[in-house]
Ligand binder design. Sequence first.
Ligand SMILES: Cc1cc2nc3c(=O)[nH]c(=O)nc-3n(C[C@H](O)[C@H](O)[C@H](O)COP(=O)(O)OP(=O)(O)OC[C@H]3O[C@@H](n4cnc5c(N)ncnc54)[C@H](O)[C@@H]3O)c2cc1C
Ligand code: SF4
Length: 326
Amino acid sequence: MKNFQIIRALSSNSAVSSIAKESSAAFIAGGTNLVDLMKKNVVAPDKLIDINGIDLKKIEFLTGKVTIGALAKNSQVAEDEVIKEKYPLLALALAAGASQQIRHMATVGGNMLQRTRCSYFYNTDMPCNKRVPKSGCGAIGGSNRMHAIFGASDSCIAVHPSDMCIALAALDAKVFVEGPKGKREIKFTDFHRLPGNTPEKDNTLENKEIITSIEIPNNNFTKNIHYLKVRDRTSYAFALVSVAVGLDIKNNIISEARLAMGGVAHKPWRLLEAEQFLKGKTVSEATFKQAATLAMKGARSFGDNDFKLTLGPNSITEALTIAAAK
Ligand SMILES: Cc1cc2nc3c(=O)[nH]c(=O)nc-3n(C[C@H](O)[C@H](O)[C@H](O)COP(=O)(O)OP(=O)(O)OC[C@H]3O[C@@H](n4cnc5c(N)ncnc54)[C@H](O)[C@@H]3O)c2cc1C
Ligand code: SF4
């Protein structure tokens, strides 16, 4: 691991000014992903800007929405009583991620920016277009059990590994950022991107911008919700496939539905067509199976991950069934 300097920033403004002066610097929050990447020489910044002293840890319940600071810990959000009551899908998704120790360190902003878990990305002896542009993709034709079935490209078939982000995509969250050009907001579903021929770029954050907070509008997804995560072990493992479901059911009729999948694409994969299909339908197994079939339109597998073509729709049907029965 390369030697590096570390400095502390006490405001988002000073963090942005500090990073703007550097050619090779990174923000560090909980460090649970960045330090692993540095130890493996996947990234090698000259300077780290520790942002943990910035006042961005608060969860604030305002009229019609909640705002959550980018430095709020994953465990703090998952265990907040009001989050559990008003945004239970987010609490469930967070609790399904990593382990309690990691959730105590990991922050909301860091979770959004965690890098893919594709093993070729972490192995500097292997080709990887995301790590070294134009070097090739080890996973295409290689070991790709964890990889994408939606939105992949000839350059990269990696998936975004977060659980929290799948719930945030389903809940229509927004992201607030600050950079040398000022402040702006980004729709959560536009924050992460598909790989195309620039897989080195995971998201639409511009160089030197800091995430300051996220916002979730109030919603009716407080009862009939579920986050289903299918993984190799029941703890400490990333999703093979996950499904976030929010249903608003009145008299056995679905008035509104939200559906997003994890473990299947380079970004949280929102299932808008299936959501639209579910609207106005009576709760039934046949309806949920039809929604799952619709959701899988366009899916394509790469060999080791062929099983996701079956696991995907089965998981959607199961998640909808569990959510509707609550
Ligand atoms: C063994 C293990 C198992 C895991 N399992 C899961 C899992 O099942 N599900 C899951 O979702 N996650 C899982 N994780 C990932 C974990 O959730 C992330 O590592 C964590 O959320 C990252 O947050 P952090 O604050 O530690 O980020 P850091 O490691 O500090 O930073 C990550 C990246 O974000 C940047 N950054 C951080 N904060 C900001 C900000 N506010 N603005 C701009 N840039 C910023 C950093 O520069 C860096 O590039 C696992 C991690 C480990 C080590
Ligand atoms: S799938 Fe993406 S991250 Fe994995 S080796 Fe290919 S280019 Fe790299």
